[in-house]
Design a protein around this ligand. Structure first.
Ligand code: NZQ
Ligand code: ZN
Length: 382
């Protein structure tokens, strides 16, 4: 196992009717900015619950953060923070609202070009305190210090992180997820699944506890994914999906192990260039990344096939079967796994490959996937 430090300061408040707890979680003296997306919280009653809980607080509002939150929009919220001397942020929505709000929290206190926080040319030195009410289980952003921001003008999408970006608290009320449509539920399951495999399907690290924690999340996710299709009204299923998503990227299963993240970093380019949802991009790419790197990943792919999918065979057969079974799983959720199904052709391979090459940072746990290799991976998924 590799050396690691682990610190997670996020207070989780989980369960039904927990939105009312906002009243105690945010100091009454705060000048609070409530941030949200394109209106889902108005339609499902979450906004009304939040406002009722905060009826004694001073609340400003910023609406309109997009899926894949845009730098351009977030900048407007920073102006509002500075003008109204906001000192606490409350993000209500999915990962995009949360990520946009994390950047707003940092940019509001940053001297200098705030885009550099996204490109990591500048470090986050401080951030306004932030809490969240999560309405879409997927990203794990509610319990981590990462954010992913897109810049529309240049079609760029980057992730960055800082210990200053952990939410103070996260309210996870599974009933808020009943209004999600099938596409967003499936995207969330794929995203959670791939967060786990990015930290688990690498090279063996002599970390059996982390392996089994990862396998527990994957096995639970597969079970609950089948159930949510049959029992969309089940609170228990929604609750389990939500907790899986949080556990998938709160840092715990990544302690002391090498990590991959190639699927995510290539996926961000597909989203930035072609507008695929984050989950959609991952479902297309993961089988390709595994196919391309299967020799290096063979031992873990085989372990995964045995322990999560319950398969038997020799290591080579198991590794191959892990890839095809995972693709079938994504398809069973109704998520496409080929670029051609989105009307994207050969040009994507070159475009994405060139972008990865230009960054000069080869991807994967072995840092051996440069532009040429990434183009080949994308070509496998046409
Ligand atoms: O904008 P509104 O109206 O709220 O609608 C959203 C949006 O259209 C809707 N939605 C959210 N909760 C809902 C709901 N609709 C009905 N009922 C509800 N309860 O769902 C749509 C998608 O929301 P979004 O927040 O974009 O989805 P998600 O949570 O999947 O977030 C995706 C973003 O997170 C980033 C992705 O790159 C992408 O930008 N990621 C962030 C990570 C992190 N911070 O650690 C890690 C991830 O790997 C990921 O990259
Ligand atoms: Zn993700």
């Amino acid at each position: 196992m590799q050396t690691f430090t682990y610190h997670n300061p996020v207070q989780i408040v989980f369960g039904r009717e927990t939105i009312a707890r906002l009243r105690q979680l945010i100091p009454l003296s705060s000048r609070l900015l409530l941030t949200y997306g394109q209106g889902s919280i108005m339609r499902n009653g979450v906004y009304q619950q939040v406002k009722a809980a905060l009826d004694k607080h001073t609340v400003y509002e910023f609406a309109g953060l997009e899926a894949n939150p845009r730098y351009e929009t977030c900048c407007k919220a920073v102006e509002l923070c500075q003008r109204e001397r906001i000192d606490f942020l409350l993000a209500v929505g999915g990962g995009s609202v949360l990520d946009g709000s994390k950047w707003i929290a940092a940019a509001a206190l940053h001297q200098g070009d705030p885009w550099q926080l996204v490109t990591r040319e500048a470090m986050v030195q401080q951030a306004l305190p932030l809490g969240c009410v999560l309405t879409l289980p997927a990203t794990g952003s509610e319990m981590n210090g990462f954010a992913v921001i897109s810049r529309q003008a240049t079609q760029e999408k980057y992730g960055f992180g800082s210990p200053h970006l952990y939410p103070r608290f996260a309210i996870l009320d599974p009933t808020t997820t009943f209004s999600l449509d099938q596409r967003q539920i499936a995207n969330g399951i794929v995203d959670t699944f791939v967060h786990v495999t990015e930290q688990y399907i690498t090279t063996p690290c002599a970390a059996p506890l982390q392996d089994r924690q990862a396998e527990a999340i994957l096995a639970t996710l597969v079970e609950e994914a089948a159930k949510v299709q049959r029992q969309p009204d089940s609170y228990e299923v929604r609750a389990n999906l939500m907790w899986c998503a949080t556990q998938g990227l709160n840092g715990l299963i990544g302690c002391g192990v090498v990590q991959d993240w190639a699927t995510h970093l290539i996926g961000h380019e597909l989203t930035a260039l072609y507008g695929l949802d984050h989950g959609q991009s991952l479902a297309v790419l993961l089988p390709g990344v595994w196919q391309y790197t299967r020799n290096a990943k063979q031992a873990k792919l085989a372990q995964f096939a045995r322990r999560v999918w319950g398969q038997q065979g020799n290591e080579e057969e198991l590794a191959q079967s892990a890839i095809s079974t995972t693709e079938s799983f994504f398809r069973s959720l109704g998520v496409k796994t080929r670029l051609s199904e989105y009307g994207i052709g050969e040009e994507a391979a070159q475009a994405v490959g060139e972008r990865i090459e230009a960054r000069g940072m080869p991807l994967g746990e072995l840092a051996n996937l440069g532009g040429k290799e990434v183009a080949a991976i994308v070509r496998l998924r046409l």
